[in-house]
Design a protein around this ligand. Structure first.
Ligand SMILES: NC(=O)c1ccc[n+]([C@@H]2O[C@H](COP(=O)([O-])OP(=O)(O)OC[C@H]3O[C@@H](n4cnc5c(N)ncnc54)[C@H](O)[C@@H]3O)[C@@H](O)[C@H]2O)c1
Ligand SMILES: N/C(=C\C=C\C=O)C(=O)O
Length: 492
Protein backbone atom coordinates (compact mmCIF):
# COMPACT_ATOMS: atom_id res chain seq x y z
CA UNK A 1 0.00 0.00 0.00
CA UNK A 2 1.38 3.42 -0.95
CA UNK A 3 1.63 5.57 2.13
CA UNK A 4 -0.94 8.30 1.66
CA UNK A 5 0.16 11.76 2.64
CA UNK A 6 -0.47 12.61 6.25
CA UNK A 7 -3.36 14.87 5.31
CA UNK A 8 -5.05 12.23 3.12
CA UNK A 9 -4.60 9.53 5.77
CA UNK A 10 -6.14 11.69 8.47
CA UNK A 11 -9.00 12.85 6.19
CA UNK A 12 -9.82 9.27 5.27
CA UNK A 13 -9.02 7.43 8.49
CA UNK A 14 -11.08 7.46 11.71
CA UNK A 15 -8.31 9.07 13.74
CA UNK A 16 -10.65 9.82 16.67
CA UNK A 17 -9.76 7.17 19.27
CA UNK A 18 -12.50 5.53 21.36
CA UNK A 19 -12.18 3.00 24.17
CA UNK A 20 -12.54 -0.67 23.21
CA UNK A 21 -14.63 -2.33 25.94
CA UNK A 22 -16.37 -5.71 25.76
CA UNK A 23 -15.74 -5.93 22.02
CA UNK A 24 -17.20 -2.50 21.17
CA UNK A 25 -15.77 0.98 20.56
CA UNK A 26 -17.34 3.38 23.05
CA UNK A 27 -16.80 7.02 24.13
CA UNK A 28 -16.40 7.98 27.77
CA UNK A 29 -19.67 8.18 29.69
CA UNK A 30 -19.04 11.87 30.33
CA UNK A 31 -18.07 12.37 26.66
CA UNK A 32 -14.70 13.79 27.86
CA UNK A 33 -11.94 13.77 25.25
CA UNK A 34 -8.42 15.15 24.79
CA UNK A 35 -6.64 16.11 21.58
CA UNK A 36 -3.99 14.02 19.84
CA UNK A 37 -1.18 16.18 18.42
CA UNK A 38 1.07 15.12 15.55
CA UNK A 39 4.60 15.93 16.83
CA UNK A 40 5.92 16.60 13.31
CA UNK A 41 3.23 19.09 12.22
CA UNK A 42 2.05 20.24 15.66
CA UNK A 43 -1.48 19.83 14.24
CA UNK A 44 -4.43 18.16 15.98
CA UNK A 45 -4.93 14.75 14.36
CA UNK A 46 -8.13 13.95 16.20
CA UNK A 47 -9.61 13.45 19.63
CA UNK A 48 -9.13 10.65 22.17
CA UNK A 49 -11.77 9.49 24.65
CA UNK A 50 -10.53 10.26 28.17
CA UNK A 51 -11.32 7.33 30.44
CA UNK A 52 -11.57 7.37 34.20
CA UNK A 53 -12.90 5.27 37.07
CA UNK A 54 -16.19 4.56 35.27
CA UNK A 55 -14.61 3.28 32.06
CA UNK A 56 -12.08 1.18 33.98
CA UNK A 57 -14.93 -0.33 36.00
CA UNK A 58 -16.80 -1.26 32.80
CA UNK A 59 -13.65 -2.72 31.25
CA UNK A 60 -12.69 -4.74 34.35
CA UNK A 61 -16.25 -6.10 34.65
CA UNK A 62 -16.17 -7.17 30.97
CA UNK A 63 -12.74 -8.76 31.47
CA UNK A 64 -13.95 -10.61 34.56
CA UNK A 65 -17.02 -11.97 32.74
CA UNK A 66 -14.86 -13.07 29.83
CA UNK A 67 -12.33 -14.72 32.16
CA UNK A 68 -15.00 -16.67 33.98
CA UNK A 69 -16.67 -17.48 30.68
CA UNK A 70 -15.03 -19.17 27.69
CA UNK A 71 -11.48 -17.83 27.74
CA UNK A 72 -9.93 -19.64 30.69
CA UNK A 73 -11.59 -22.91 29.67
CA UNK A 74 -10.59 -22.62 26.03
CA UNK A 75 -8.22 -25.44 25.04
CA UNK A 76 -4.66 -24.09 24.86
CA UNK A 77 -4.36 -25.09 21.19
CA UNK A 78 -7.37 -22.95 20.24
CA UNK A 79 -6.09 -20.04 22.33
CA UNK A 80 -2.70 -20.36 20.61
CA UNK A 81 -4.38 -20.33 17.18
CA UNK A 82 -6.22 -17.08 18.00
CA UNK A 83 -3.07 -15.47 19.42
CA UNK A 84 -1.07 -16.43 16.32
CA UNK A 85 -3.85 -14.96 14.15
CA UNK A 86 -3.49 -11.59 15.91
CA UNK A 87 0.14 -11.57 14.77
CA UNK A 88 -0.89 -12.47 11.24
CA UNK A 89 -3.38 -9.59 11.00
CA UNK A 90 -0.85 -7.12 12.38
CA UNK A 91 1.46 -8.09 9.51
CA UNK A 92 -1.42 -7.79 7.00
CA UNK A 93 -2.02 -4.22 8.26
CA UNK A 94 1.67 -3.35 8.73
CA UNK A 95 1.76 -0.27 6.45
CA UNK A 96 -1.29 1.31 8.06
CA UNK A 97 -0.07 0.57 11.59
CA UNK A 98 3.43 1.86 10.79
CA UNK A 99 2.00 5.13 9.41
CA UNK A 100 -0.18 5.67 12.48
CA UNK A 101 2.72 4.80 14.83
CA UNK A 102 4.86 7.35 12.98
CA UNK A 103 2.12 10.00 13.15
CA UNK A 104 1.69 9.45 16.89
CA UNK A 105 5.36 9.31 17.93
CA UNK A 106 7.25 11.30 15.29
CA UNK A 107 9.51 8.29 14.68
CA UNK A 108 10.60 7.64 11.07
CA UNK A 109 7.98 5.61 9.19
CA UNK A 110 10.81 3.32 8.03
CA UNK A 111 11.68 2.48 11.66
CA UNK A 112 8.07 1.75 12.57
CA UNK A 113 7.71 -0.37 9.45
CA UNK A 114 10.94 -2.34 9.91
CA UNK A 115 11.11 -2.71 13.71
CA UNK A 116 8.05 -1.67 15.72
CA UNK A 117 5.25 -3.36 13.79
CA UNK A 118 7.02 -6.61 12.74
CA UNK A 119 8.20 -7.10 16.34
CA UNK A 120 4.64 -6.50 17.60
CA UNK A 121 3.45 -9.30 15.33
CA UNK A 122 6.35 -11.52 16.40
CA UNK A 123 5.44 -11.06 20.06
CA UNK A 124 2.16 -12.88 19.34
CA UNK A 125 3.74 -15.51 17.07
CA UNK A 126 6.47 -16.21 19.63
CA UNK A 127 4.21 -16.68 22.65
CA UNK A 128 1.60 -18.63 20.66
CA UNK A 129 4.34 -21.17 19.86
CA UNK A 130 6.15 -20.95 23.20
CA UNK A 131 3.04 -21.68 25.30
CA UNK A 132 2.87 -25.19 23.84
CA UNK A 133 6.29 -26.01 25.31
CA UNK A 134 5.92 -24.87 28.90
CA UNK A 135 5.76 -27.48 31.66
CA UNK A 136 5.78 -27.44 35.43
CA UNK A 137 7.57 -29.70 37.94
CA UNK A 138 6.95 -32.95 39.83
CA UNK A 139 8.77 -34.63 42.75
CA UNK A 140 8.52 -38.15 44.09
CA UNK A 141 8.84 -38.56 47.87
CA UNK A 142 10.12 -42.13 47.66
CA UNK A 143 7.04 -44.38 47.79
CA UNK A 144 5.26 -42.03 50.18
CA UNK A 145 3.86 -39.30 47.95
CA UNK A 146 3.91 -37.67 44.54
CA UNK A 147 4.09 -33.90 44.18
CA UNK A 148 3.22 -32.12 40.95
CA UNK A 149 2.56 -28.47 40.11
CA UNK A 150 -0.24 -27.15 37.96
CA UNK A 151 -0.26 -23.71 36.34
CA UNK A 152 -3.39 -21.58 36.22
CA UNK A 153 -4.13 -18.04 34.95
CA UNK A 154 -4.35 -15.07 37.32
CA UNK A 155 -7.59 -13.49 36.07
CA UNK A 156 -7.95 -9.82 35.04
CA UNK A 157 -4.55 -8.17 34.44
CA UNK A 158 -3.83 -4.44 33.95
CA UNK A 159 -1.24 -3.53 31.30
CA UNK A 160 0.07 0.06 31.46
CA UNK A 161 2.20 1.22 28.56
CA UNK A 162 4.72 3.92 27.55
CA UNK A 163 4.78 6.05 24.39
CA UNK A 164 8.19 5.28 22.88
CA UNK A 165 7.56 1.89 21.23
CA UNK A 166 3.79 1.87 21.68
CA UNK A 167 2.58 -1.26 19.84
CA UNK A 168 5.82 -3.24 20.36
CA UNK A 169 5.72 -2.81 24.12
CA UNK A 170 1.95 -3.17 24.50
CA UNK A 171 2.01 -6.50 22.66
CA UNK A 172 5.13 -7.63 24.57
CA UNK A 173 2.78 -7.65 27.57
CA UNK A 174 -0.53 -8.66 25.94
CA UNK A 175 0.74 -11.74 24.08
CA UNK A 176 1.99 -13.72 27.13
CA UNK A 177 -0.87 -12.35 29.27
CA UNK A 178 -3.39 -13.95 26.86
CA UNK A 179 -1.23 -17.06 26.30
CA UNK A 180 -1.36 -17.75 30.05
CA UNK A 181 -5.18 -17.61 29.88
CA UNK A 182 -5.77 -14.19 31.45
CA UNK A 183 -7.99 -11.34 30.26
CA UNK A 184 -6.65 -7.81 30.03
CA UNK A 185 -7.38 -4.11 30.46
CA UNK A 186 -4.79 -2.06 28.57
CA UNK A 187 -4.01 1.59 29.24
CA UNK A 188 -2.05 3.07 26.32
CA UNK A 189 0.13 6.14 26.87
CA UNK A 190 -1.85 9.34 26.34
CA UNK A 191 0.59 10.49 23.65
CA UNK A 192 0.16 7.39 21.45
CA UNK A 193 -3.46 6.17 21.19
CA UNK A 194 -3.80 5.20 17.55
CA UNK A 195 -2.22 1.77 17.08
CA UNK A 196 -3.58 0.76 20.50
CA UNK A 197 -7.06 1.65 19.26
CA UNK A 198 -6.67 -0.49 16.14
CA UNK A 199 -5.39 -3.39 18.26
CA UNK A 200 -8.96 -3.78 19.54
CA UNK A 201 -10.48 -4.50 16.13
CA UNK A 202 -7.48 -6.67 15.19
CA UNK A 203 -8.07 -8.86 18.26
CA UNK A 204 -11.79 -9.10 17.45
CA UNK A 205 -11.06 -10.07 13.84
CA UNK A 206 -8.63 -12.73 15.08
CA UNK A 207 -11.41 -14.36 17.10
CA UNK A 208 -10.65 -13.02 20.59
CA UNK A 209 -13.97 -13.25 22.47
CA UNK A 210 -15.56 -9.96 23.59
CA UNK A 211 -14.24 -8.76 26.95
CA UNK A 212 -10.93 -10.66 26.79
CA UNK A 213 -9.06 -7.57 25.57
CA UNK A 214 -10.19 -4.10 26.67
CA UNK A 215 -8.47 -0.78 25.92
CA UNK A 216 -9.15 2.35 27.96
CA UNK A 217 -7.47 5.63 27.01
CA UNK A 218 -6.61 8.37 29.48
CA UNK A 219 -3.88 9.76 31.68
CA UNK A 220 -2.15 8.47 34.78
CA UNK A 221 -2.95 10.27 38.02
CA UNK A 222 -6.68 10.85 38.73
CA UNK A 223 -7.49 9.15 35.42
CA UNK A 224 -7.71 5.71 33.80
CA UNK A 225 -4.15 4.74 34.80
CA UNK A 226 -4.62 5.31 38.51
CA UNK A 227 -8.11 3.75 38.45
CA UNK A 228 -6.65 0.58 36.93
CA UNK A 229 -4.04 0.28 39.68
CA UNK A 230 -6.70 0.68 42.37
CA UNK A 231 -9.47 -1.59 41.05
CA UNK A 232 -9.97 -4.57 43.45
CA UNK A 233 -10.74 -7.06 40.64
CA UNK A 234 -7.43 -6.42 38.87
CA UNK A 235 -5.01 -8.97 40.30
CA UNK A 236 -1.77 -7.91 38.61
CA UNK A 237 -0.22 -4.93 36.85
CA UNK A 238 2.55 -5.03 34.27
CA UNK A 239 3.90 -1.50 33.94
CA UNK A 240 6.48 0.03 31.65
CA UNK A 241 7.42 3.63 32.20
CA UNK A 242 9.37 6.02 34.38
CA UNK A 243 10.78 4.91 37.70
CA UNK A 244 8.95 7.72 39.51
CA UNK A 245 5.64 6.54 38.06
CA UNK A 246 6.45 3.01 39.18
CA UNK A 247 6.74 4.24 42.77
CA UNK A 248 3.27 5.86 42.60
CA UNK A 249 1.75 2.71 41.12
CA UNK A 250 3.32 0.55 43.82
CA UNK A 251 1.63 2.67 46.50
CA UNK A 252 -1.76 2.45 44.77
CA UNK A 253 -1.48 -1.29 44.08
CA UNK A 254 -0.45 -2.07 47.65
CA UNK A 255 -3.99 -1.48 48.92
CA UNK A 256 -5.20 -4.58 47.03
CA UNK A 257 -1.83 -6.42 47.06
CA UNK A 258 -1.55 -6.68 43.29
CA UNK A 259 1.27 -8.65 41.68
CA UNK A 260 3.63 -6.21 39.90
CA UNK A 261 6.03 -6.49 36.95
CA UNK A 262 8.06 -3.33 36.28
CA UNK A 263 10.17 -2.28 33.30
CA UNK A 264 11.40 1.16 34.28
CA UNK A 265 13.95 3.79 33.34
CA UNK A 266 17.59 3.35 32.43
CA UNK A 267 20.86 5.26 32.00
CA UNK A 268 22.84 2.56 30.29
CA UNK A 269 26.67 2.40 29.97
CA UNK A 270 28.28 1.67 26.59
CA UNK A 271 31.86 0.55 27.45
CA UNK A 272 34.36 0.57 24.56
CA UNK A 273 37.80 -0.96 25.10
CA UNK A 274 40.73 0.08 22.87
CA UNK A 275 40.96 -3.39 21.24
CA UNK A 276 37.42 -3.15 19.81
CA UNK A 277 36.77 -2.98 16.05
CA UNK A 278 36.18 0.76 15.63
CA UNK A 279 34.13 0.49 12.41
CA UNK A 280 31.76 -2.00 14.04
CA UNK A 281 31.59 0.06 17.23
CA UNK A 282 30.71 3.28 15.39
CA UNK A 283 28.04 1.65 13.22
CA UNK A 284 26.22 0.08 16.19
CA UNK A 285 26.81 2.96 18.61
CA UNK A 286 25.07 5.37 16.22
CA UNK A 287 21.98 3.14 16.61
CA UNK A 288 22.33 2.54 20.37
CA UNK A 289 22.66 6.32 20.83
CA UNK A 290 20.10 7.83 18.47
CA UNK A 291 17.64 5.25 17.13
CA UNK A 292 14.02 6.34 17.75
CA UNK A 293 15.43 9.79 18.64
CA UNK A 294 17.19 8.18 21.63
CA UNK A 295 13.74 7.45 23.10
CA UNK A 296 14.55 3.82 23.92
CA UNK A 297 15.03 2.71 27.53
CA UNK A 298 17.92 0.51 26.38
CA UNK A 299 19.91 3.27 24.65
CA UNK A 300 23.57 3.40 25.69
CA UNK A 301 23.58 7.10 26.58
CA UNK A 302 26.70 6.92 28.82
CA UNK A 303 29.62 6.13 26.51
CA UNK A 304 32.97 5.22 28.13
CA UNK A 305 36.02 4.87 25.83
CA UNK A 306 39.43 3.49 26.83
CA UNK A 307 41.88 6.41 26.51
CA UNK A 308 44.07 5.10 23.62
CA UNK A 309 40.94 4.97 21.44
CA UNK A 310 39.21 8.08 22.85
CA UNK A 311 40.27 10.80 20.38
CA UNK A 312 39.75 8.60 17.31
CA UNK A 313 36.34 7.50 18.58
CA UNK A 314 35.13 11.06 19.36
CA UNK A 315 36.28 12.28 15.95
CA UNK A 316 34.78 9.38 13.95
CA UNK A 317 31.57 9.13 15.98
CA UNK A 318 30.95 12.89 15.77
CA UNK A 319 31.50 12.88 12.01
CA UNK A 320 29.08 9.95 11.58
CA UNK A 321 26.48 11.63 13.81
CA UNK A 322 26.59 14.76 11.65
CA UNK A 323 25.56 12.59 8.69
CA UNK A 324 22.26 11.61 10.35
CA UNK A 325 19.24 13.16 8.64
CA UNK A 326 16.79 14.90 10.98
CA UNK A 327 13.49 15.45 9.21
CA UNK A 328 9.92 14.57 8.30
CA UNK A 329 9.15 11.12 9.73
CA UNK A 330 7.41 10.15 6.46
CA UNK A 331 10.47 10.99 4.33
CA UNK A 332 12.26 7.69 3.55
CA UNK A 333 15.64 9.46 3.94
CA UNK A 334 14.92 10.53 7.52
CA UNK A 335 16.92 8.74 10.20
CA UNK A 336 15.95 10.94 13.17
CA UNK A 337 12.36 12.12 13.57
CA UNK A 338 10.76 14.31 16.23
CA UNK A 339 10.57 13.95 19.99
CA UNK A 340 7.17 12.89 21.31
CA UNK A 341 5.91 16.26 22.52
CA UNK A 342 6.75 19.92 23.10
CA UNK A 343 6.98 19.16 26.84
CA UNK A 344 9.52 16.39 26.26
CA UNK A 345 11.43 18.51 23.69
CA UNK A 346 11.84 21.31 26.27
CA UNK A 347 12.89 18.79 28.92
CA UNK A 348 15.61 17.28 26.69
CA UNK A 349 16.79 20.76 25.60
CA UNK A 350 17.11 21.75 29.27
CA UNK A 351 19.60 18.90 29.78
CA UNK A 352 21.75 20.21 26.91
CA UNK A 353 21.80 23.64 28.59
CA UNK A 354 22.60 21.98 31.94
CA UNK A 355 25.50 20.11 30.32
CA UNK A 356 27.14 23.43 29.37
CA UNK A 357 26.61 24.74 32.91
CA UNK A 358 28.26 21.55 34.24
CA UNK A 359 31.34 22.23 32.09
CA UNK A 360 30.49 20.02 29.13
CA UNK A 361 31.56 20.57 25.53
CA UNK A 362 28.87 20.14 22.84
CA UNK A 363 30.76 18.30 20.08
CA UNK A 364 27.70 18.39 17.80
CA UNK A 365 23.94 18.99 17.99
CA UNK A 366 21.91 20.34 20.88
CA UNK A 367 19.73 22.62 18.79
CA UNK A 368 16.57 22.58 16.65
CA UNK A 369 17.67 22.12 12.98
CA UNK A 370 17.41 25.52 11.29
CA UNK A 371 15.33 24.22 8.37
CA UNK A 372 12.70 22.69 10.66
CA UNK A 373 10.74 25.49 12.35
CA UNK A 374 7.67 23.32 13.04
CA UNK A 375 7.77 20.02 14.91
CA UNK A 376 9.65 18.86 17.98
CA UNK A 377 12.96 18.20 16.21
CA UNK A 378 16.30 18.11 18.03
CA UNK A 379 19.71 17.43 16.48
CA UNK A 380 21.54 14.32 17.73
CA UNK A 381 23.83 15.62 20.47
CA UNK A 382 27.26 14.53 21.72
CA UNK A 383 28.69 15.95 24.94
CA UNK A 384 32.26 15.52 26.24
CA UNK A 385 34.21 17.06 29.12
CA UNK A 386 31.87 15.98 31.93
CA UNK A 387 32.57 13.84 35.00
CA UNK A 388 30.62 10.78 36.12
CA UNK A 389 28.87 12.63 38.95
CA UNK A 390 27.34 15.29 36.66
CA UNK A 391 23.53 15.29 36.50
CA UNK A 392 23.65 14.92 32.70
CA UNK A 393 25.65 11.69 33.17
CA UNK A 394 23.47 10.43 36.02
CA UNK A 395 19.88 11.28 35.04
CA UNK A 396 17.79 9.63 32.31
CA UNK A 397 17.27 12.14 29.46
CA UNK A 398 15.39 9.84 27.05
CA UNK A 399 16.38 11.84 23.96
CA UNK A 400 19.12 11.98 21.27
CA UNK A 401 21.80 13.01 23.78
CA UNK A 402 24.90 11.03 24.78
CA UNK A 403 27.95 11.77 26.91
CA UNK A 404 31.45 10.40 26.23
CA UNK A 405 34.00 9.93 29.04
CA UNK A 406 37.54 8.42 28.77
CA UNK A 407 38.82 5.73 31.15
CA UNK A 408 42.21 4.13 31.82
CA UNK A 409 41.56 0.93 33.79
CA UNK A 410 38.97 -1.86 33.74
CA UNK A 411 38.24 -1.51 37.47
CA UNK A 412 37.68 2.24 37.01
CA UNK A 413 35.15 1.90 34.18
CA UNK A 414 33.23 -0.88 35.98
CA UNK A 415 32.94 1.39 39.02
CA UNK A 416 31.78 4.31 36.89
CA UNK A 417 29.31 2.15 34.92
CA UNK A 418 27.77 0.87 38.17
CA UNK A 419 27.71 4.32 39.79
CA UNK A 420 24.02 4.89 38.97
CA UNK A 421 20.58 4.25 40.53
CA UNK A 422 19.64 2.39 37.37
CA UNK A 423 20.51 -1.14 36.25
CA UNK A 424 18.64 -1.87 33.02
CA UNK A 425 21.16 -2.68 30.25
CA UNK A 426 24.80 -2.28 29.24
CA UNK A 427 26.97 -2.76 26.15
CA UNK A 428 30.61 -3.90 26.18
CA UNK A 429 32.94 -3.73 23.16
CA UNK A 430 36.14 -5.82 23.27
CA UNK A 431 37.76 -8.68 21.37
CA UNK A 432 39.30 -10.05 24.56
CA UNK A 433 37.03 -13.01 25.34
CA UNK A 434 38.05 -13.37 28.98
CA UNK A 435 37.63 -9.63 29.57
CA UNK A 436 34.17 -9.71 27.98
CA UNK A 437 32.96 -12.40 30.39
CA UNK A 438 34.80 -10.89 33.37
CA UNK A 439 33.46 -7.37 32.90
CA UNK A 440 29.90 -8.48 31.98
CA UNK A 441 29.68 -10.44 35.23
CA UNK A 442 30.49 -7.29 37.22
CA UNK A 443 28.14 -4.84 35.51
CA UNK A 444 24.93 -4.25 37.52
CA UNK A 445 22.35 -4.53 34.75
CA UNK A 446 19.58 -6.92 33.75
CA UNK A 447 20.62 -7.12 30.11
CA UNK A 448 24.25 -6.97 28.91
CA UNK A 449 25.22 -7.03 25.22
CA UNK A 450 28.79 -7.80 24.10
CA UNK A 451 29.85 -6.54 20.64
CA UNK A 452 26.22 -5.93 19.67
CA UNK A 453 23.10 -4.03 20.85
CA UNK A 454 19.35 -4.70 21.04
CA UNK A 455 19.77 -8.22 19.67
CA UNK A 456 16.71 -9.91 21.15
CA UNK A 457 15.95 -13.58 21.85
CA UNK A 458 12.47 -13.49 23.38
CA UNK A 459 13.19 -16.63 25.47
CA UNK A 460 15.67 -14.67 27.59
CA UNK A 461 14.92 -12.84 30.85
CA UNK A 462 14.22 -9.14 30.09
CA UNK A 463 14.15 -6.49 32.79
CA UNK A 464 16.22 -4.30 35.06
CA UNK A 465 17.61 -4.24 38.58
CA UNK A 466 17.97 -1.44 41.12
CA UNK A 467 15.67 1.46 40.04
CA UNK A 468 15.22 0.00 36.53
CA UNK A 469 12.61 -2.58 37.33
CA UNK A 470 11.14 -5.45 39.30
CA UNK A 471 10.87 -8.93 37.82
CA UNK A 472 11.64 -10.25 34.36
CA UNK A 473 9.46 -10.90 31.31
CA UNK A 474 10.31 -13.02 28.30
CA UNK A 475 9.96 -16.74 27.63
CA UNK A 476 9.24 -18.71 30.82
CA UNK A 477 9.65 -15.55 32.91
CA UNK A 478 6.47 -14.11 31.36
CA UNK A 479 4.54 -17.23 32.34
CA UNK A 480 5.97 -17.04 35.86
CA UNK A 481 4.45 -13.56 36.12
CA UNK A 482 1.17 -14.12 34.24
CA UNK A 483 0.18 -17.35 36.02
CA UNK A 484 -0.10 -19.00 39.44
CA UNK A 485 1.47 -22.34 40.38
CA UNK A 486 -0.20 -24.78 42.77
CA UNK A 487 1.64 -27.80 44.16
CA UNK A 488 -0.53 -30.93 44.57
CA UNK A 489 0.77 -33.62 46.91
CA UNK A 490 -0.82 -37.08 46.49
CA UNK A 491 -0.21 -39.71 49.18
CA UNK A 492 0.65 -43.06 47.51
N1 LIG B 1 12.43 -0.79 30.95
C1 LIG B 1 11.78 -0.80 29.80
O1 LIG B 1 11.62 -1.83 29.12
C2 LIG B 1 11.20 0.50 29.28
C3 LIG B 1 10.66 0.51 27.99
C4 LIG B 1 10.14 1.73 27.50
C5 LIG B 1 10.14 2.89 28.29
N2 LIG B 1 10.67 2.81 29.53
C6 LIG B 1 10.72 4.01 30.37
O2 LIG B 1 9.48 4.73 30.25
C7 LIG B 1 9.73 6.14 30.36
C8 LIG B 1 9.12 6.86 29.17
O3 LIG B 1 7.78 6.44 29.02
P1 LIG B 1 6.60 7.37 29.60
O4 LIG B 1 6.99 8.80 29.56
O5 LIG B 1 5.33 6.94 28.94
O6 LIG B 1 6.55 6.92 31.14
P2 LIG B 1 5.47 7.43 32.19
O7 LIG B 1 5.84 6.77 33.45
O8 LIG B 1 5.30 8.90 32.16
O9 LIG B 1 4.06 6.82 31.65
C9 LIG B 1 3.95 5.45 31.36
C10 LIG B 1 2.49 5.06 31.44
O10 LIG B 1 2.08 5.16 32.80
C11 LIG B 1 0.88 5.90 32.89
N3 LIG B 1 0.86 6.55 34.21
C12 LIG B 1 1.47 7.69 34.58
N4 LIG B 1 1.24 7.94 35.89
C13 LIG B 1 0.46 6.91 36.36
C14 LIG B 1 -0.14 6.59 37.61
N5 LIG B 1 0.02 7.38 38.68
N6 LIG B 1 -0.91 5.46 37.71
C15 LIG B 1 -1.09 4.66 36.63
N7 LIG B 1 -0.56 4.92 35.40
C16 LIG B 1 0.21 6.02 35.28
C17 LIG B 1 0.97 6.87 31.73
O11 LIG B 1 -0.31 7.36 31.40
C18 LIG B 1 1.55 5.97 30.65
O12 LIG B 1 0.53 5.18 30.06
C19 LIG B 1 11.25 6.28 30.39
O13 LIG B 1 11.68 6.42 31.72
C20 LIG B 1 11.76 4.95 29.83
O14 LIG B 1 13.04 4.60 30.31
C21 LIG B 1 11.20 1.65 30.05
N1 LIG C 1 10.89 -4.70 26.20
C1 LIG C 1 11.63 -4.60 25.06
C2 LIG C 1 12.21 -3.42 24.66
C3 LIG C 1 12.17 -2.25 25.45
C4 LIG C 1 12.56 -1.04 24.93
C5 LIG C 1 12.56 0.14 25.70
O1 LIG C 1 12.40 1.29 25.26
C6 LIG C 1 11.83 -5.81 24.22
O2 LIG C 1 12.62 -5.76 23.26
O3 LIG C 1 11.18 -6.83 24.56
Amino acid sequence: MQIQSRAEMIKTKPIDCLHFIDGKYVPSKNEKTFVNINPATEEVMGTVAEGGKEEIALAVAAAKRAFEGSWRRMPAGERARIIRRIGDIILERKDELAALESFDTGKPYGLASSIDIPRAAYNFHFFADYMASIGTEAYQMDDVALNYAIRRPLGVVGLINPWNLPLLLMTWKLAPCLAAGNTAVLKPAEWTPMTATLLGEICKEAGVPDGVVNIVHGFGPDSAGAALTEHPDVCAISFTGETTTGKHIMTAAAKTLKRLSYELGGKNPNIIFADADLDEVIETTIKSSFINQGEVCLCGSRIYVERPLYDAFVERFTAKTKELIVGDPLDPNTTVGTLISEEHYNRVRSYVELAVEEGGVIETGGKRPEHLSTGYYLEPTIITGLTNDCRVVQEEIFGPVVTILPFDREEEVIKQANDTHYGLSATIWTNDLRRAHRVAAQIEAGIIWVNTWFLRDLRTPFGGMKQSGIGREGGMHSFEFYSELSNICIKL
